[in-house]
Design a protein around this ligand. Structure first.
Ligand code: GLP
Length: 241
């Protein structure tokens, strides 16, 4: 596990974008695993800047997002599909049919999970997966006590996760109760993992990740076993170490 220290959120965002830029310059048809939440927003801004400066192109790349809420239409501004469109996809040359998110609106959720796995497999697996971390140690939407071997599945969201994400919704009641997420096993299968941790509110989470034991009670603890994982953290997040 490599830890890269950024002085602030802006530097973290640029460092993360540089990693992605390096990946797609070395392998233009790279398969990128993407995340949502506040943390990667700056990274997406930095990537758009690089694209506008003609430093990078996504024309041959493919992307797979970690997760999506169940029951929100992709036009709903709280869906992750909408988030990705606003924060990245509409600004770059990635072809829409190569931008994948789990289908939170499928009639048959088990089928949707299987279909998502199949699409990842057909694309050749994920070369570089970006992840954030929730306040309870969740990765994607894999809440505490999710078995480490779990694959893409539907999850009932933890109360703390719904509370944390309520800031994006008109009320707590409006936050969906379920989501579809890649499993921990899928995340561990990516060839390279990049975890972004920003801000003082994540200091104790990062501390637990670095010093704590591997336990399903803290899903992110598994990533220390990944053979190629980098954490980029800013000073706020590093303040507990
Ligand atoms: C959500 C997402 C996660 C993300 C987490 C942390 O629950 N499903 O993928 O890592 O939030 O988000 P933030 O970066 O806003 O703290």
């Amino acid at each position: 596990m490599t830890m890269e220290k950024a002085k602030d959120y802006k530097e973290l965002s640029v460092m993360a974008a540089e990693r992605i830029a390096m990946k797609i310059s070395n392998k233009p048809n790279a398969v990128l695993g993407l995340a949502t939440g506040s943390t990667p927003e700056g990274m997406y801004d930095a990537l758009i800047k690089m694209y506008n400066q003609k430093r990078i192109s996504f024309a041959e790349a493919a992307t797979f997002n970690l997760d999506e809420y169940v029951g929100l239409h992709s036009d709903d501004e709280n869906s992750y599909a909408y988030y990705m469109k606003q924060h990245l996809f509409q600004h770059i040359d990635l072809s829409p049919e190569k931008a994948h998110l789990p289908d939170g609106e499928a009639d048959d959720m088990d089928e949707a999970c299987k279909a998502y796995e199949q699409r990842i497999e057909e694309a050749g697996g994920i070369d570089l997966q970006v992840i954030g971390i929730g306040l309870n140690g969740h990765i994607g939407f894999n809440e505490p006590h999710t078995p480490f071997e779990q694959r893409t599945h539907v999850v009932e969201l933890d109360k703390t996760t719904r509370n944390a994400n309520a800031r994006f919704f008109p009320s707590l009641e409006a936050v969906p109760t379920h989501a579809i997420t890649m499993g921990i096993q899928n995340i561990m299968e990516s060839k390279e993992l990049l975890l972004l941790v920003a801000g003082e509110q994540k200091a104790s989470v990062l501390e637990r990740l670095v010093y704590g034991d591997k336990t399903e009670a803290f899903p992110a603890s598994i990533i220390k076993e990944h053979p190629n994982v980098t954490i980029i953290a800013d000073q706020g997040a590093l303040s507990g170490l």
